[in-house]
Design a protein around this ligand. Structure first.
Ligand code: NAG
Ligand code: NAG
Length: 265
């Protein structure tokens, strides 16, 4: 009985062993052909409060990774070394709600970088980067609340236009501080405080007005001096002509005189 069982069991266990070995090899082969489901290095997906989340925090990224799952709702790219955002950087993420790009090295944002996110994105964190000056066009149509704190901002008309065009994240406006400015006294001040007192775009307009005025005055002065020159020249000519005319009859007179003298003689 037991011997018969042993004879029967041995091929079964051998079969199971071979089968599991085969499966193992198949899995190994599969993972070699598709390494880690093609997620960018240092990134991993998760589910948080029913939202599809993709985290690439602190992954030493130097660019926005491609191959982010297109059903991602929250994307964390914070604490990396991303230096700039190209056009269409987030084009294939039609369900994205939150985008965290804080603590990177972003100094430049191309127009159209957030293209495709306009309708649905409601939070965009660009704090703690290297932003100095960004065109408002980069944020066109974006409805997200934006955090622009802790960047080395240049406070000028361009920044004023940007701030007026975007919706700032609550309590984040105090973090927008002038690192440099068109006016020295603004350096180190909160930007919203600066533009509460001064319209930086109007100052710019004023200087262009002055430039226009100076140019117009220059033209006017040139025209006037030409007129004066012209009149003087004419006067001179007229005077010379008059003198010439004056000299004519006297000569005639003199010749007449001489002729009468000769006739008398
Ligand atoms: C994601 O991409 C797949 C394959 O291209 C597509 O079938 C699917 O509709 C996309 N999902 C979304 C939310 O766009
Ligand atoms: C904005 O960014 C600053 C600096 O990283 C952070 O301290 C602040 O909590 C952020 N605010 C919001 C509303 O996200």
């Amino acid at each position: 009985m037991t011997a018969a069982q042993g004879v029967l069991l041995r091929p079964i266990t051998m079969g199971l062993l071979l089968q599991s070995l085969f499966l193992f090899l198949l899995l190994l082969l599969g993972s070699c052909l598709h390494p880690a489901a093609a997620f960018p290095k240092g990134c991993y997906p998760s589910e948080e409060e029913g939202l599809k989340t993709f985290r690439c925090s602190n992954a030493q990224l130097t660019e926005v990774p491609r191959d982010i799952p297109n059903d991602t709702n929250k994307l964390y790219l914070d604490f990396n070394q991303i230096p700039f955002l190209p056009r269409d950087a987030f084009r294939d993420l039609p369900l994205l709600l939150e985008l965290d790009l804080s603590h990177n090295a972003i100094a430049r944002i191309e127009t159209g970088a957030f293209q495709g996110l306009a309708e649905h994105l409601h939070s965009l964190d660009l704090s703690s980067n290297r932003l100095v000056s960004v065109s408002k066009d980069a944020f066109s149509n974006l409805k997200a609340k934006v955090n622009l704190s802790n960047n080395p901002w240049l406070c000028d008309c361009r920044l004023q236009e940007l701030i007026r065009a975007v919706e700032l994240a609550a309590e984040s406006s105090g973090g927008i501080v002038c690192d440099s400015s068109t006016q020295e006294e603004h350096v180190g001040k909160a930007f919203l405080q600066v533009i509460a007192d001064t319209d930086l775009c109007n100052v710019y307009k004023k200087t262009t007005d002055i430039a226009m005025l100076v140019t117009m005055f220059g033209w006017f002065a040139m025209v006037i001096s030409y007129l004066v020159y012209y009149v003087r020249q004419n006067q001179e000519d007229a005077r010379r002509h008059l003198e010439y005319l004056k000299s004519l009859p006297s000569k005639q007179r003199r010749s007449e005189e001489s002729s009468t003298i000769s006739t008398v003689v």
